[in-house]
Ligand binder design. Structure first.
Ligand SMILES: [Zn+2]
Length: 424
C-alpha cells in the first residue's frame, strides 16, 4: 500500500517551477508524480502549502560523540527534521575527532537507528584536527565520509593543505575549509570593527578569512582539488572567490543565514548569543554576502548549526564559546527575508538549500523525482510564527533570532517516506 500526498504545490528547483501535482510514495521512494493518481489501495494524505525536496545542510555540529550535553545525534537530527532538513553533513570536531573509519561508521549507524534524517559525516583532514598529519582519506571515504574538513579551525600550514588537496583530488573528495589564519585571528572574539573598538574587545579581521581562502584557491587550482569554502563572511573573500571562479578554479562556497541577515551590531542586543566564528561583520560585508548569493559566487546556504548550553553562553563575550543554532530557523528566516520580499523565487531558495548542496557534495536528493527517496518537507507560506527557542528540539537555544516573526515554517517533514516531523 502506498501513500498519495495531494493538495500541495510541488517546488521544482532545477526548472525554477511550481506545479500542483500529487506524489505517490511506496517503500520510501517516490513511485509517481502526476495529476489525479489512481487511489485504489493507497492512503491519501491532504497537505496545504508548498512541497519541497528535503533540505540539505552541509554544515552542522551534532556534538556527538563527546559533547552530548550540547547536542546528540538524536536531538540534532530531530531539529533537522523540524527545520525541513532530511540530510545533514556532520562536522568532525567532536570528541574524539572523527578521524578514523570506525568513528565515521558509528555516526552513520546511530543516525540510521533514529531515522529522523540521513547523516553524512565529514571526516577530519588531519589527525585530531591538529593540522599536522593527514588522515587516511581513502579509508574514510570508503567508510562513508562525504568530504574532509578541519572545521572549527583553519589548517595553518600551506604545505599540509597542499598535500591534503593533492590526496583528496585523487579521490575526487571535496575539501571543506574553515578559513582562519591564526596569526590574524588569534585571541579575537567578534569582528574587528566599530563594535569591538567601542567595547574594547579584541577583534577578528576579515583578512583572517580572506587570506586563507586566497591561499587555498590557488592551491586548489594547482592540485585540481574540489575546494569548498565554509561560512564565507568577509566582502573581500567574496571578491576573491568570484575571481577564482572566473579563472576556472574548482571552488564552491557556502554562506550562513546569520551572515546574510545580521551584522556586528547584533552583539549589542544578543551578547554571546551573537558570538560566532567567523564573526558577524559590517553591513558592507553582509551586503557582499547577499550579492555573492544572488550572483552564484556563494553556491549554497548552510547553517553552521553549533549548539552550546545556556550556561556556556552566559560566560560573557570573551569566555563564551563561538556558535549559533540554525537548523530550526534557517528556512523561515530566508523565506521571509528573500522570498516573501521578492528578491528570490521559492524554487531559487530551495535550489540553494537542497539542490546545490546535493550537487556540491555528491549526495542523492535535492530534487523530487520518480525513483528518488521520498525526502520532502511541506512549508506553510501564510501563517506567521515567532522564533521561540524554548520550543526547539535541539538542545541548543543559542540564537540571536529569538522573537522574530517569520513565515514559511515547515509543517510536515518526511524522511524516506516516513513522517519524522509534524507541526501542531
Ligand atoms: Zn567553521
Amino acid at each position: 500500500m502506498g501513500l498519495i500526498v495531494t493538495g500541495g504545490t510541488v517546488v521544482f528547483p532545477k526548472e525554477n517551477a511550481l506545479q500542483q501535482v500529487e506524489l505517490l510514495i511506496e517503500n520510501g521512494v517516490i513511485a509517481a508524480l502526476g495529476s489525479d493518481l489512481p487511489r485504489t489501495g493507497h492512503i491519501v494524505r491532504e497537505v496545504n502549502g508548498y512541497i519541497l525536496p528535503g533540505l540539505i545542510d552541509v554544515h552542522v555540529h551534532l556534538r556527538d560523540p563527546g559533547q552530548e550535553h550540547k547536542e546528540t545525534i538524536e536531538t540534532g537530527t530531530m531539529a533537522a527534521a523540524a527545520g525541513g532538513f532530511t540530510q545533514v553533513c556532520a562536522m568532525p570536531n567532536t570528541s574524539p575527532v572523527l578521524d578514523t573509519p570506525a568513528l565515521v561508521r558509528d555516526v552513520i549507524a546511530r543516525a540510521k537507528q533514529y531515522g529522523y534524517a540521513t547523516v553524512r559525516p565529514i571526516a577530519a583532514i588531519t589527525k585530531g584536527e591538529q593540522g599536522e598529519e593527514l588522515t587516511d582519506f581513502r579509508a574514510l571515504q570508503q567508510a562513508g565520509a562525504v568530504a574532509v574538513s578541519d572545521d572549527g579551525r583553519g589548517v595553518q600550514s600551506a604545505g599540509v593543505m597542499y598535500r591534503a588537496l593533492r590526496a583528496a583530488s585523487a579521490l575526487n573528495l571535496p575539501v571543506a575549509v574553515h578559513a582562519e589564519d591564526n596569526s590574524l585571528a588569534h585571541g579575537g572574539h567578534i569582528h574587528a570593527g566599530r563594535v569591538a573598538d567601542k567595547l574594547g574587545v579584541q577583534g577578528i579581521p576579515g583578512a583572517a578569512e580572506t587570506a586563507m581562502i586566497a591561499r587555498d584557491l590557488w592551491l586548489a587550482e594547482e592540485t585540481g582539488a574540489r575546494l569548498h569554502c565554509c561560512h564565507v563572511s568577509a566582502a573581500a573573500a567574496v571578491t576573491v572567490l568570484r575571481q577564482g571562479k572566473a579563472a576556472g578554479v574548482r571552488v564552491t562556497a557556502e554562506v550562513t543565514p546569520h551572515h546574510l541577515l545580521l551584522t556586528e551590531d547584533a552583539v549589542w542586543d544578543w551578547e554571546a548569543n551573537a558570538k560566532v566564528n567567523p564573526p558577524l561583520r559590517s553591513e558592507r560585508d553582509r551586503l557582499a554576502c547577499v550579492q555573492g548569493l544572488l550572483d552564484g559566487t556563494l553556491d549554497l546556504v548552510a547553517t553552521d548549526h553549533a549548539p552550546h548550553t545556556a550556561a556556556e553562553k552566559a560566560n560573557g563575550l570573551s569566555a563564551a564559546p563561538f556558535g549559533l543554532v540554525g537548523l530550526e530557523t534557517s528556512f523561515p528566516l530566508l523565506y521571509t527575508a528573500f522570498v516573501k520580499s521578492g528578491v528570490l523565487t521559492l524554487p531559487e531558495l530551495v535550489h540553494r538549500m537542497a539542490t546545490r548542496p546535493a550537487e556540491v557534495f555528491g549526495l542523492p536528493g535535492g530534487t523530487l523525482v520518480v525513483g528518488g527517496a521520498a525526502d520532502l518537507t511541506v512549508i506553510d507560506p501564510d501563517t506567521a510564527g515567532v522564533v521561540d527557542p524554548t520550543a526547539f528540539l535541539s538542545k541548543g537555544r543559542n540564537t540571536p533570532f529569538a522573537g522574530r516573526e517569520l513565515w514559511g515554517w515547515p509543517v510536515l517533514t518526511m524522511h524516506k517516506g516516513r513522517v519524522v516531523y509534524e507541526r501542531d
